[in-house]
Design a protein around this ligand. Sequence first.
Ligand code: ARG
Length: 467
Amino acid sequence: MKMWGGCFRQPVDAEFQRWQSSFPFDRRLLSYELAASVAHARALRNADILSSEELIAILQGLEQIGAKAASSSIFTEDEEAEDVHHFVQKQLASLIGEVAYKLHSGRSRNEQIATDLRLYIRARIDQLQIDLTEWLEVLLERAEQAEKAVLPAYTHLQRAEPVLVAHYLLAYVEMFLRDSGRLADCRKRLNLCPLGSGAVAGATIALDRRAMAADLGFCGPTANSIDATSDRDFVLEFVNALCLIGLHLSRWAEEMLLFSSEEFGFVQLPEAFSTGSSAMPQKKNPDLLELTRGKAARVIADANTLMIVTKGLPLAYNKDLQETQEPLFDAAITISGLLPLVNAWMKAAQFNYGRMRQAAEAGFMNAWAAATYLVQRGVPSALAHEQIGRAVQLCLDKNCGLEGLSLEELRSLNPVFDTDFYACLRLESVLAIHDVAGGTAPSRVRQAISDATHRLEAIREEIHAHA
Ligand code: ARG
């Protein structure tokens, strides 16, 4: 039996019917649809619409549908089902007979889909938080293993200053900690239950909305039925949070790509996550990284689609909203698929600390530290900058580093130069002068690793509380 059609004199066009069906993709929501239906059925019993026997029959039927879906992949191949809500009604009727049709009392698919989507996203967030903590753990582990290793930090993709490898990796830790925070925020805001909102004006039966919300683990019911049935902000928030994860992963991938090129030689590609060329026998291609960089595009496109679909939509439910489902699923699946893979890549990749150090020692990356030497001896910073600039010029002519200049040459630029200048040029001294919170001085980096480890622990506790 269809869910509507009593007032129709003509049959619906078969092709249109197939085309408008969302079941090919919203069957993904089946377990949430079943859970929400259980909560609704219990509320119907409390409102005396169902007898205890009817409630039991419905609950058993819903459970059976769940079990069948879990054990058979063809169970959800159903061309007649218009959507996941219709599918459940059809299956329930075939299992328990006419009493199945009582389940839809007082409710609308508009509130059901809004509820299912919230439950789906909440579950995805909980899994993503686990994946993100594991990814953060790998980054932190690698930061710890790096100990005193250094590499150049770049600005404008030109060598700028040497930093600890750990400090560099902690930059990514910050990005992904923010991503985790964004997902947690999104979860907080979406954790309200639309059940009882009806089609637009509220349920037509006095259902206990608090009880339904509690049954489904929501903090409480949504406040306004018009908003609850038309709101997809939580989908947009979630997918935008995924965009940033994708974006951060793509930046990481791009750097690993550069670093693994012969020209940099900082990172060795793990063969288990690389491919070969069918033409050039010598090639080892970093496909995992390239695809990671590429996949960010589809998530960004998904977020874009969602904004375009919802922009300018009048209240309340419009069928356009069905078009929010596939971009949501695509974005969620894309990011969920990526995280375990980048994690494994990072565990397997080898860092070539020797090459990194070589690069960190070349290219006048101690020039700012050299200028600071002058500033600390009272030279105005703009003049110090100018004088070290001229010292660099001299070195370029002589084809040496700043340490290759004699004291006389230095004193021709500024008489305050003394023999202790040479010590401040050493890589370790350059690192050490960045002795501020968040800077690359080794003690600061050790502190930062420990702080990040505690923040990660707090996320784990929150995950635990939701489990
Ligand atoms: N498949 C629909 C969607 O995803 C479910 C809600 C249908 N509501 C309606 N009034 N036709 O939005």
